[in-house]
Design a protein around this ligand. Structure first.
Ligand SMILES: NC(=O)c1ccc[n+]([C@@H]2O[C@H](COP(=O)([O-])OP(=O)(O)OC[C@H]3O[C@@H](n4cnc5c(N)ncnc54)[C@H](O)[C@@H]3O)[C@@H](O)[C@H]2O)c1
Length: 249
């Protein structure tokens, strides 16, 4: 018996990094996984490798800012399986930019992808979850919200918004048996991180952790799994640090 047998999940930003790790684990646990990503080649490649391993994986090219494109994913899931059990709001970007030089456009882009993207996906799956009287939504925030980070004010503000979004939604949706929780990853070894952090910076981050190893996408995926099953049925509105023991509050 697998933990997600027959469950239907949508994972955003599933072409690489944490989202790809979640898609991997969810397929292994028996879910039908709708992978969405702005990068067509990446999401198709990921889904076809999951299919080759026997996974039930469906790729979609979609920008989380594009309500129409997300609507098509939701409709496809409902047409095929009649339900949506899990939404993982993972797609996000974290380009470095000093606040003194930051433009309004750069600020807005980060809020649109990291916050409004989660708004669109959540709005579109909720009517189905409400009708089912069940559902699990896991939002990916970041421990940087607790720490503050220079050159990431736009990003850290967006990740704080995601924690507030999680808590308020959880209060509103409990009566429908919909669980809304949040993960705050630490420094995770992903394609996105490689593009912005040097080896020396990464070594310093690991030094700040209690566990002296890299946190990998599977570490985050396992907590997504926990928050998507009955193992966490008594929890909602919570935020879990998965950071090797970097932040302890
Ligand atoms: N890697 C880390 O250290 C770390 C730490 C804390 C939080 N996070 C969060 O985890 C999430 C995933 O990060 P990652 O490190 O795996 O990143 P990544 O860059 O490795 O992968 C992100 C994926 O999202 C896709 N994507 C980007 N913009 C998109 C959009 N507008 N619409 C749809 N898809 C889009 C990318 O194409 C990519 O495939 C992000 O929300 C990030 O903020 C990451």
């Amino acid at each position: 018996m697998k933990l997600l047998d027959g469950k239907v999940a949508i994972v955003t930003g599933a072409g690489a990094g944490i989202g790809a790790g979640v898609a991997d684990l969810f397929c292994k646990q028996g879910a039908h996984v709708f992978l969405s990503d702005i990068d067509q080649a990446a999401v198709e490649h990921k889904a076809s490798s999951l299919q080759s391993d026997g996974g039930s994986a469906f790729p979609f090219t979609a920008d989380v800012r594009d309500r129409e494109a997300i609507t098509q994913i939701v409709q496809s899931a409902v047409t095929k399986f009649g339900r949506i059990d899990i939404l993982i709001n993972n797609a996000g970007v974290y380009p470095r930019q000093a606040f003194l030089d930051m433009t309004e456009e750069q600020w807005d882009t980060i809020q649109d992808i990291n916050v409004k993207g989660a708004f669109h996906c959540t709005k579109l799956v909720l009517p189905h979850m409400v009708q089912q009287r069940s559902g699990a939504i896991v939002n990916i925030s970041s421990v940087t919200f607790f720490l503050g980070m220079k050159q990431l004010t736009h990003y850290v503000a967006s990740k704080g918004a995601i924690i507030g979004f999680t808590r308020s939604l959880a209060r509103e949706l409990g009566e429908y048996n919909i669980h809304v929780n949040c993960i705050t990853p630490g420094a995770v070894e992903t394609e996105g991180e490689k593009a912005v952090a040097t080896k020396e910076q990464v070594a310093a981050l690991v030094e700040g952790q209690s566990l002296k190893r890299r946190i990998i996408p599977e570490d985050i995926a396992r907590v997504c799994l926990f928050l998507s099953t009955d193992l966490s049925s008594g929890m909602t509105g919570q935020t879990l640090n998965v950071d090797g023991g970097w932040v302890m509050y």
